[in-house]
Write a protein that binds this ligand. Structure first.
Ligand code: ATP
Ligand code: MG
Length: 332
């Protein structure tokens, strides 16, 4: 069954159109990630799905119900925000159960669901603590727990991990992936972090300036992007783009991912090492080419290149991408 269908969603604030003809269909149990730069409309689209914002035109269907004008509480969704918005005076259990109590759920049902969520999220030892007595990661888990206990058809997450440090982000990311497997519910997750998008999504929706640029599995978007924007947005470090010249066809831009450049004596790209980033497992070289373009080269392992060193790079032609002047992919 289809979990969510968006049909020609537009959203206008004043005379600014921030969502433009968004069509999307989410399958039952799918994990969808909305990704795109700041201000592209990710949160607004999520809020339209949640009913916190009315679409200016278009329809929202959850399952087989048209919910375009249905209030948020009746949509069968649960939303987790970047700011956890926990009630400071309630303990963890109180925060998780408030919504259920307000909805008039029976006590045994409430206890059973809280026990399940607390176990899934390793919060069993913290149920009597207030938010102020928890770490950021624990608070985040409470916010997720509050969503889980409602047993929604659809989970909506808006940058839930952006307040966490790198280690906790990764741990919580893994937890969310596991939760998704265990609950089997449909999830829509907003982030501007391409790593989160790549690692969590069944399918990624890349948004730019209120429009959908491309929808597909992470590896489809990575290996077969429709345009220069998608190619540049997914992958870290990002794809290198070389202006037309001896390398590309006239008027086209050539794209090469950093891991597809190699240091090679006599290589076609001659330049000078401008910067070296030693990450331990990887080494990134920033190389200024004779053309003036600066490219990133991602080398596996540790290498003792030095700034100022003359270097030659090479690549395989079948690992390159071509884009026309409008940034559209030219598929050969
Ligand atoms: N209530 C509002 N009134 C007017 N403009 C708004 C309103 N809410 C959002 N916008 C505008 O709509 C556009 C999309 O905003 P939105 O919050 O959806 O972006 P986003 O993709 O979530 O960005 P970020 O990654 O920074 O959270 C922005 O240009 C924003 O300024
Ligand atoms: Mg946002």
């Amino acid at each position: 069954m289809t979990a969510l269908t968006l049909d020609k969603i537009n959203k206008t604030f004043g005379n600014v159109n921030v969502l433009k003809d968004i069509d999307l269909s989410v399958e039952d149990g799918e994990f969808i990630v909305f990704v795109g730069p700041s201000g592209c409309g990710k949160s607004t689209l999520l809020r339209v799905i949640a009913g916190l914002e009315d679409a200016s035109s278009g329809t929202v269907r959850i399952g087989d119900r048209d919910v375009t004008t249905t209030p948020p509480a009746k949509r069968g969704i649960a939303m987790v925000f970047q700011s956890y918005a926990l009630y400071p005076h309630l303990d963890v259990e109180g925060n998780m159960t408030l919504g259920l109590k307000q909805a008039g759920e029976a006590k045994p049902v409430i206890s059973e669901r809280v026990a399940m969520a607390a176990k899934m999220l390793s919060l069993e030892d913290y149920l009597k603590r207030r938010p102020a007595e928890l770490s950021g990661g624990q608070r985040q888990r409470v916010a997720i727990g509050r969503a889980i206990v409602r047993k929604p058809e659809l989970f909506l997450f808006d940058e839930p991990l952006s307040n966490l440090d790198a280690a906790l982000r990764m741990a919580t990311r893994v937890e969310i992936a596991r939760l998704h497997r265990e609950l089997g519910a449909s999830m829509i997750y907003v982030t501007h972090d391409q790593t989160e998008a790549m690692t969590l999504a069944d399918r990624i929706v890349v948004l730019r300036d209120g429009r959908v640029e491309q929808v597909g599995s992470p590896m489809t978007l990575y290996n077969d992007p429709d345009n220069q924007f998608v190619a540049g947005f997914l992958g870290a470090p990002s794809m290198n783009f070389l202006a037309a010249g001896p390398l590309g066809a006239a008027g086209a831009t050539l794209g090469i991912r950093p891991e597809h450049l190699r240091v090679a004596e006599g290589g076609r790209l001659k330049g000078t090492v401008a910067h070296v980033e030693r990450l331990g497992g990887d080494t990134n070289l920033l190389v200024t080419l004779a053309s003036g373009d600066v490219v990133t080269v991602r080398l596996f392992g540790q290498h003792d290149h030095r700034v100022g060193e003359a270097i030659a790079l090479d690549y395989d032609a079948d690992k390159t991408f071509s884009f026309d002047a409008e940034g559209r992919r030219i598929r050969s």
